[in-house]
Design a protein around this ligand. Structure first.
Ligand code: ZN
Length: 276
């Protein structure tokens, strides 16, 4: 199972479960996450959702190299009403696929009417950031590290472009321009994470926070979440993301036009080597 689901009282725990690939996110995992979140939304006993990653790392990002990579497969689409990417070519293929499984799914999850807490240890990189960012709160272990290194591929950030809103514009630029890892402590200074705790206390702190929240009325929580999300959208998040999604796909297309492929010939190993 690529995703596991567990109930602990009023808290649903959704766990990415590909630790051998540092929870690299393929489409199978994306749709399994969506199913788990749907189950938690429908369960009236659940007030808070915790998103976790099994093993030493939260998520190393999108699957660009594991044997389970499934970019050529069809899945029943849920995020947007658009045609299947399978059987399409070029920008048509990439736009259809990424609008559904990356931007569309992340937006869908951001609107889940129950508070979500990301419980982050180890790597939270590129596509992994997107998963943490759609959560309302982030509890990070001291060993957690974050990065969006995709400028190395000539691409201006991952598909769900929340960077300026969750990091602030200046930190967003530093993170993108250098591609460097930043620590949980730094992420806390920038306001991107809610708490930083020793690794041994990560679970305890996350569930303590989830427990406090679950004492609140569900409908009040749903409205409070929507209130903040709508305010973020009024600060330009949604429209900004739409415009940057165009730049993102322009970069993919440029890569494909001048080079070997849409990722500028970079695979998981090349990205790791380039980051030292
Ligand atoms: Zn992309």
């Amino acid at each position: 199972m690529t995703v596991s689901y567990e109930r602990r009282g009023p808290v649903a725990v959704v766990t990415m479960n590909r630790p051998e690939y540092r929870n690299a996110q393929n489409s199978a995992m994306t749709y399994a996450l969506d199913e788990a979140f749907s189950r938690a939304v429908d369960d009236a006993e659940v007030s808070v959702i915790v998103l976790a990653g099994a093993g030493d790392h939260f998520s190393a990002g999108h699957d660009i190299g594991s044997p389970g990579r499934d970019v050529d497969q069809s899945f029943e689409r849920r995020a947007v009403l658009w045609w299947d990417h399978v059987g399409r070519t070029g920008g048509d293929l990439r736009y259809a696929r990424e609008m559904e499984v990356y931007l569309g799914m992340c937006r869908r999850w951001r609107e889940i009417p129950k508070p979500m807490i990301a419980m982050v240890q180890g790597a939270c990189v590129a596509g992994g950031l997107m998963l943490a960012w759609v959560c309302d709160l982030v509890v990070a272990a001291e060993d957690a590290f974050f990065a969006d290194p995709v400028v190395r591929m000539g691409i201006p950030g991952v598909e769900y472009f929340a960077h300026p809103w969750v990091l602030g514009p200046r930190a967003a630029k530093e993170v993108l321009f250098t591609g460097d890892r930043f620590s949980a402590a730094r992420a806390y200074e920038w306001g991107m994470v809610s708490r930083v705790v020793p690794r041994a206390e990560l679970e305890e702190e996350t569930f303590r926070l989830a427990g406090r929240i679950s004492a609140m009325p569900q409908f009040g929580l749903a409205l409070a979440k929507r209130a903040v999300n709508q305010s973020e959208d009024l600060m330009g998040l949604r429209a900004g993301m739409d415009s940057v999604f165009g730049l993102h796909h322009f970069a993919h297309a440029h890569n494909a036009e001048v080079g070997a492929d849409a990722l500028a010939g970079m695979d998981a190993r090349a990205m790791k080597e380039a980051s030292g």
